[in-house]
Design a protein around this ligand. Structure first.
Ligand code: IMP
Ligand code: MG
Length: 178
């Protein structure tokens, strides 16, 4: 598994430090608002687990599962595989994403949830790849801006592998071109 990684882009130590800082900032901004953190599965699972431990305010957690990708290229289509398990009317929503790439997924999700009349929708992403943005969307909180390379680890996969790496690595191009 590790032999498929070209280089480490973000180390475990850097992840720990930045995620803690962003979690603390969100806690400050949403104190008294009882927000619902909505994780976008599966890529968010490690980031969200670490983030939430630094959000020391009253809040709740829910998940959605969407699919938009097969391999390294977007199919452009977004499918909801798991929806929320609670009503979000008049609630503050914080979407938790692994990476904001073309923005197509998040743009779709924001519109999909807006119909339910939440009090607000904010976005926190572990990584932002602004070079590839197609939809007019931005993250309210972004931990790392990354270059246009395919990254894996800390929850992110390539065809369901590498999610368990404790750091963010750049995959060797020969892995996804073979
Ligand atoms: P978007 O709709 O193009 O913004 O795609 C967002 C989703 O694509 C992310 O939530 C990831 O699941 C996946 N994705 C985009 N870039 C990468 C990458 O470099 N590595 C792994 N997954 C990625
Ligand atoms: Mg994702």
């Amino acid at each position: 598994m590790e032999q498929d990684i070209e280089r480490v882009l973000i180390s475990a130590e850097e992840l720990e430090e930045k995620v803690a800082a962003v979690g603390a900032q969100i806690a400050k901004d949403f104190e008294g608002k009882d927000p619902i953190f909505v994780g976008v599965l599966k890529g968010c699972f490690i980031f969200m687990a670490d983030l939430m431990r630094h959000v020391n305010i009253r809040c709740s957690v829910d998940f959605m599962a969407v699919s938009s990708y097969s391999g390294t290229t977007s199919t452009g289509a977004v499918k909801i595989n798991k929806d929320l398990s609670q009503d979000i009317a008049d609630r503050h929503i914080i979407l938790v994403e692994d990476i904001l790439d073309s923005g197509v997924t998040l743009n779709y999700l924001k519109k999909y949830l807006t119909v339910r009349k939440p009090a607000s929708i904010h976005v926190v992403t572990l990584m932002d790849k602004p070079a590839r943005r197609k939809a007019d969307i931005y993250a309210d909180y972004s931990c790392f801006e990354v270059p246009d390379a395919f990254v894996v680890g800390y929850g992110l996969d390539y065809n369901e592998t590498y999610r368990n790496l404790p750091y963010i690595g750049i995959l060797k191009p020969e892995i996804y071109t073979k």
